[in-house]
Every structure is written in C-alpha cells, then in structure tokens.
Design a binder for this molecule. Sequence first.
Ligand code: SF4
Ligand code: SF4
Length: 101
Amino acid sequence: MKWWEDICTGCGLCCHQKTRIGRRCYLLDLDGRCGHLGDDGRCLVYDKRFSVCPSCRKMTLPRAMFASWLPPSCAYVAWAKRHHIRFAPDCEWVFSSGSGM
Ligand code: SF4
Ligand code: SF4
C-alpha cells in the first residue's frame, strides 16, 4: 500500500539498536545501526530487507498502534496518535552519547 509506506519519513531511527531500560524507557544506540542503513538514512536493500536482515520488522498497523520500541518522532506514531489509535505508553527515550542528537 503506497499511502502507508509514504507515511515513513525515512529518518532511519527504527533501524538502530534499541535497549529497554526499566519498564518504559528505551536507549537508542545511534552507533549501533543496521549495516544496511545508508548514510542518508535510507535502507540500501529495501526490496529484499526481510530476507537479508533477520531483525528487520515490517511496519504494520498493529505496530503503529502498540509498538513501544518505535521512536517518539516516528511518523507512524504521529499518524496513529492523530487517528486516536496509539495505545503504547509514551516512553522516555535516551539517545546514546556522541550521537550528535
Ligand atoms: S534492512 Fe531493515 S533494519 Fe536494516 S536498514 Fe533496511 S529497513 Fe532498516
Ligand atoms: S522511525 Fe518511523 S518514520 Fe523513521 S524510518 Fe522508521 S518507520 Fe520510518
């Protein structure tokens, strides 16, 4: 569905390693990025990403609604909130030091 994929801004943040701290907080490790993520934040293997990257996750409506591991800035999180169907708690996100963010 093109309209669904078009929601993504291509920020690439969901392609970095994430670690849960406690119950509601995530650390996003910007140094630990997927090896298929290009410098421009775009996936270099987009069409075959699920076959070449076992940890790659398809963005689905349920994930937009419930996945707490999505960065708060994710466009799907914003979209779900706009439609009043975002049910994951707002986690406090901590970015790794030296990330420039
Ligand atoms: S393979 Fe998946 S996790 Fe890796 S850069 Fe592409 S979309 Fe992101
Ligand atoms: S965090 Fe959201 S907007 Fe950014 S690349 Fe991932 S799915 Fe797209």
